[in-house]
Design a protein around this ligand. Structure first.
Ligand SMILES: Nc1ncnc2c1ncn2[C@@H]1O[C@H](COP(=O)(O)OP(=O)(O)OP(=O)(O)O)[C@@H](O)[C@H]1O
Length: 263
C-alpha cells in the first residue's frame, strides 16, 4: 500500500486544503490545516478526541465555513459552493445521519440517491426527463450490486440489520459517482462482526472502484489496514503525516495519544 502512495506522489492533487482555520468563538478547531490528497489515494485522518477531524470533514463538505484558508478540488476553489454543489462536483460523504429514508425500500433509496446525483436537487421533472429514468434505475442497481445489497432491493430500509444499513449509506454516497468519498467514523457503534463487514466493504470499494477516499476513524487496526497515507491531527494542527509504517513509529503521535502532553 505504501508503495502505491509513492508511485502516486507526482499525480495531480484531487483535494487540497490550504491553511484551513476554523474558529468557534475563541476555540480554534482546525488551525492552519493543509492536506493534499492525490487521485486514487486512500488517506486516513486520525487524532485524539477534539483534534478537529470532524470539523475538517465538515469544512470540506461545506457544511461549515472556514474562518480562513482555501479548499481546492480538481483545481478549483470550492469554498464558495453550497453543500449540494460540492456533491455535484464529485465529493460525497458517507455515514452522515439521516441519509437513509427508513420507510422506503433499499432500491427506492438507491434510486433517490441516483436521481439526486443526476439532478443536484430533488426538483426532478418526470415529463421532460423520462428518458433518464432507465439510467437512474441502472445506476441504482449497479450501486446496490457494488455494496452487496441487490438481493435486498425490496426490503424496507428500516428493516435492514445495522451492518446492511451502513452498506446502504455507502451505496447512497456511491450513487453520486463521487471522485472523492469522505467517511466519518464508519464503524462507530458497530459490533466486531459489523466492523469487520464494513472494513471488508471499504476494501472491496477500494479495489473494485479504485475510489479515492478520506477516512476519519478511531480504530487503528482499520486505519493501518486500509490507508495509503495517514494524517495526524492534534488540537487542530497536523502533527504528522506519512505511511502507516511511518506513523506507527512516530513519537509525536504516540505522545498525542497518551494525552496530557503539550505538542
Ligand atoms: N459547532 C461547534 N461549536 C463549537 N465548538 C465546536 C463545534 N464543533 C466542534 N467544536 C469544537 O471543536 C473542537 C474540534 O472538534 P471536532 O468534532 O472536529 O473533533 P474530532 O477530532 O472530530 O473529535 P472526536 O474524535 O471526539 O469526534 C472540539 O474542541 C469541539 O468541542
Amino acid at each position: 500500500m505504501s508503495s502505491g502512495s509513492e508511485s502516486r506522489s507526482d499525480a495531480p492533487s484531487l483535494l487540497e486544503t490550504r491553511g484551513l482555520v476554523k474558529e468557534f468563538g475563541g476555540l480554534v478547531a482546525t488551525d492552519d490545516v493543509s492536506i493534499d490528497v492525490k487521485r486514487g489515494e486512500r488517506v486516513s485522518v486520525i487524532g485524539p478526541n477534539g483534534a478537529g477531524k470532524s470539523t475538517l470533514i465538515n469544512l470540506i463538505t461545506r457544511r461549515l465555513d472556514p474562518t480562513a484558508g482555501d479548499i481546492v478540488f480538481k483545481g478549483d476553489s470550492i469554498v464558495n459552493l453550497k453543500p449540494h454543489q460540492v456533491v455535484q462536483r464529485g465529493i460525497s460523504k458517507s455515514f452522515q445521519t439521516a441519509s437513509i429514508f427508513p420507510d422506503l425500500t433499499v432500491m427506492e433509496n438507491a434510486e433517490i440517491a441516483a436521481l439526486a446525483a443526476e439532478n443536484g436537487e430533488f426538483g426532478f421533472n418526470f415529463l421532460t426527463h423520462r428518458d433518464k429514468l432507465t439510467s437512474v434505475h441502472e445506476l441504482a442497481e449497479n450501486t446496490l450490486e457494488s455494496v452487496g445489497l441487490l438481493s435486498r432491493a425490496g426490503t424496507t430500509a428500516a428493516d435492514l440489520p445495522y451492518g446492511d444499513k451502513r452498506r446502504l449509506e455507502i451505496g447512497i454516497a456511491l450513487a453520486a459517482e463521487p471522485d472523492l468519498l469522505l467517511m466519518d467514523e464508519p464503524t462507530a457503534g458497530m459490533s466486531p462482526e459489523e466492523t469487520q463487514a464494513t472494513v471488508d466493504l471499504i476494501e472491496e470499494v477500494k479495489e473494485e472502484l479504485g475510489l479515492t477516499f478520506v477516512l476519519v476513524e478511531h480504530d487503528m487496526e482499520i486505519v493501518f489496514s486500509v490507508s495509503d497515507r495517514i494524517v495526524v491531527l492534534n488540537r487542530g494542527r497536523v502533527i504528522a503525516e506519512g505511511t502507516p509504517d511511518e506513523i506507527r513509529g512516530n513519537p509525536d503521535v504516540q505522545e498525542a495519544y497518551l494525552g496530557g502532553v503539550e505538542l
